[in-house]
Design a protein around this ligand. Structure first.
Ligand code: ZN
Length: 291
């Protein structure tokens, strides 16, 4: 496999359907290795991440999404974050979970979507109850509820015999409000009849072929999203220090009393950071000295 994946975007010439598709195998594999995910955790977080990549590709410059699945099942909560620029990371609370399927691993609960925009301090947050726990349907339900746009999201992560990630990908189809009944009916029919996405991915289908299995149109206009998808965590020692500072004066003093440098592990990329005692002293000084 060469290079990072890209999201491909399509629309029908009549403007009734807007579609994104991605083959995210490389990203899901990297995430599985970094986070030490069990087979079922790879499938669960892989689906969420693939869906988040697709949704983020519909945003504007500088915007990003952080999508959390809060279920009561053994996988705990899942987080996937993606920016319009294609930077992606994820987190799974119980990476070694064993379960029969994703639905059972997630259980019942809700899904929250935080959309961050440049020049806005607070993200926009939307919350919906989990419909199926299969993730694709849950994300589609969120899109329909929050933007009044009927959406189909099909996500697939398939495993090989050893339980490693074999293929991952997804398709997101938005139905514009003025779409006539016959376009809607055709899309529903095709969606029911389309071969499973995992099967298409295993057969080496292109993004366009995957989309054409849902949208039987000769008039699909294809464009490549300008940014490649990249597994990337923006954590830095400065961010770690800022987080420590936010714990407040007392916590910083406690660290000093314990007389040990503070070790912090980024929960997204597992990178280890050490904040020295001298640095904690400085952070405390800055906190106590208003400028
Ligand atoms: Zn990190």
């Amino acid at each position: 496999m060469s290079g990072n994946p890209h999201v491909y975007k399509f629309h029908t010439k009549d403007g009734f359907l807007r579609i994104s598709a991605v083959k995210s195998t490389q990203i899901v594999r990297e995430m599985t290795d970094t986070l030490g995910l069990s087979a079922i955790a790879s499938v669960g977080l892989g689906r969420l991440t693939t869906g988040t990549i697709l949704m983020a590709s519909q945003l504007n410059d500088g915007q990003s999404l952080s999508i959390r699945v809060h279920g009561d099942g053994p996988i705990g909560h899942l987080v996937a974050e993606a920016s319009f620029e294609g930077k992606v990371r994820g987190y799974c609370q119980k990476p070694d979970v064993q379960s029969v399927d994703v639905k059972e691993a997630i259980g019942k609960g809700f899904l929250s979507v935080a959309r961050t925009m440049p020049f806005q301090k607070e993200p926009q947050i939307g919350i919906v109850n989990l419909r199926s726990g299969e993730i694709g349907e849950d994300l589609a339900y969120y899109m329909h509820q929050s933007q009044q746009v009927p959406t189909i999201i099909s996500l697939a992560v398939s495993l090989d015999k050893e339980g490693s990630v074999a293929q991952a990908g997804g398709v997101l189809i938005e139905l514009m409000p003025d779409a006539p009944e016959k376009v809607i009916a055709a899309l529903e029919k095709n969606t029911k009849e389309a071969p499973p996405l995992s099967q298409q991915l295993s057969a080496g289908a292109s993004e366009r072929t995957m989309v054409e299995s849902y949208v039987h149109s000769k008039d699909l206009v294809e464009t490549q999203h300008p940014f490649p998808v990249q597994y990337f965590c923006p954590c830095t020692i400065e961010r770690v220090e800022r987080t420590l500072t936010m714990l407040g004066r007392e916590s910083l003093s406690d660290f000093l009393k314990k007389n040990k440098p503070v070790g912090v592990k980024c929960e997204f990329c597992k990178k280890d950071y050490t904040v020295t005692l001298a640095r904690i002293q400085e952070l405390l000084f800055d906190l106590e000295t208003p400028n």
